[in-house]
Write a protein that binds this ligand. Structure first.
Ligand SMILES: *Cc1c(COP(=O)(O)O)cnc(C)c1O
Length: 367
């Protein structure tokens, strides 16, 4: 007989007896201050998936020898719940996050799970804590699913026990300004044959030291390059886009291809679809190198560059330090104080209108 999979109809809820006071939305910091409840679903190889539980947010009990603590057997997701003008709560393309989590999970030998049933459990958690979603534009509630291997075993095979859990944090606008990047010619985030395309914890710890070096040097994020030709892959934890007049004289929006190096962002996919839908310029997924970018800048062909991800949506780039030279990237020629370039602003607005339910779209899913 098949072992049980996740079953949302078996979900139990233990409500907190100490509901938190809501913080002033103005004081919200990304990734700090969590809601009242969390969702936990345990797995064992012998018994399959146990009944999902929603319980008060709090510490997990975990064996010191658990796989995750030794070998980083951890995958995660990042998604958001938005409050629409009519008061409804919405998720954005959540099935893409479920699918990506399953892909990351497979890479770590964590167990498969029923994506639809897991999403039903997440919706229940969002409904329970929906009072935490600030009722102001640009604000939302960040949802963090974590999947960890919990078997206490130092043997390097795979974890026969696992925990899938979800917690949430109300968030304000992530980057209300342009960013300055340092293009690293020494550190790589991902490489051919590596795991750059998976959202696994092991990709992020090694990025901390180079990231802090960059911040100490007065920049915001790393522009991750790869190989001797300095292929431009990603910006910090965002996908990279540039809008230029290419060497053939065509207007083109370009981002790196899904070649196993870059993380397949939901935002990336959505921006590509929006821009393709307009049909106003060429939209490409292909490699661009740093020397090509510098040449386009020198020739006045680079119009905008920006990062894209769930946390910030779209984030315009104003400066790139590369081989000791600070290159100024145009943001908006018509407005010296602009936080977004014209294309970034339009993409940002169109995406937010969908996420907040202003523009009807099958991408926006009511909770
Ligand atoms: C999560 C992430 C992104 C953005 O993905 P979204 O689904 O758009 O949030 C991009 N790059 C990296 C490295 C990431 O971890």
């Amino acid at each position: 007989m098949a072992l049980p999979d996740i079953d949302a109809s078996k979900l139990t809820t233990q409500r907190t007896t100490a509901p938190k006071e809501l913080a002033d939305p103005k004081t919200l910091k990304f990734g700090k201050g969590f809601t009242d409840h969390m969702l936990c679903i345990r797995y064992t190889e012998d018994g399959g998936w146990e009944a999902p539980e929603i319980k008060p947010y709090g510490p997990l009990e975990i064996d010191p020898a658990a796989y995750v603590l030794n070998y980083s057997v951890e995958a995660f997701e990042g998604m958001k719940a938005y409050r629409a003008a009519d008061g409804s709560v919405r998720l954005f393309r959540p099935e893409m996050n479920m699918k990506r989590l399953a892909t990351s999970t497979q890479r770590l030998m964590l167990p498969a799970f029923d994506q639809e049933q897991f999403l039903l459990c997440i919706k229940e958690l969002v409904r329970l804590d929906e009072r935490f979603i600030p009722n102001e534009h640009g604000y939302s509630m960040y949802i963090r699913p974590n999947f960890i291997g919990t078997e206490p075993n130092l043997n390097l095979q795979y974890s026969r026990e696992a925990l899938l859990y979800v917690y949430m944090a109300p968030v304000g606008p992530y980057f209300p300004r342009t960013v300055k990047l340092l293009a690293s010619t020494t550190d790589a985030r991902a490489w051919p044959g590596g795991v750059g395309s998976f959202k696994v914890g092991g990709n992020y710890a090694p990025a901390l030291r180079p990231t802090m070096d960059v911040i100490k040097a007065g920049y915001d994020q790393i522009l991750w390059l790869l190989g001797d030709d300095h292929y431009v892959t990603e910006v910090g934890t965002m996908n990279f886009f540039l809008f230029w007049t290419n060497a053939d004289g065509e207007k083109e929006l370009v981002t790196a291809p899904l070649d196993g190096i870059i993380l397949p962002g939901v935002t990336r996919d959505s921006l590509l679809a929006l821009a393709r839908g307009w049909g106003e310029f060429k939209v490409s997924e292909r490699k661009v190198t740093m020397p090509e970018l510098v040449e386009a800048l020198a020739e006045g062909r680079l119009h905008e560059a920006f990062g894209a991800g769930t946390a910030c949506v779209v984030c315009s780039i104003s400066t790139v330090l590369y081989k000791g030279v600070d290159y100024l990237v145009p943001v908006d020629p018509a407005d010296a104080d602009a936080v977004y370039g014209p294309l970034a602003r339009r993409l940002h607005r169109e995406l937010l209108d969908i996420q907040y339910g202003k523009t009807p779209s099958p991408w926006s899913v009511q909770v």
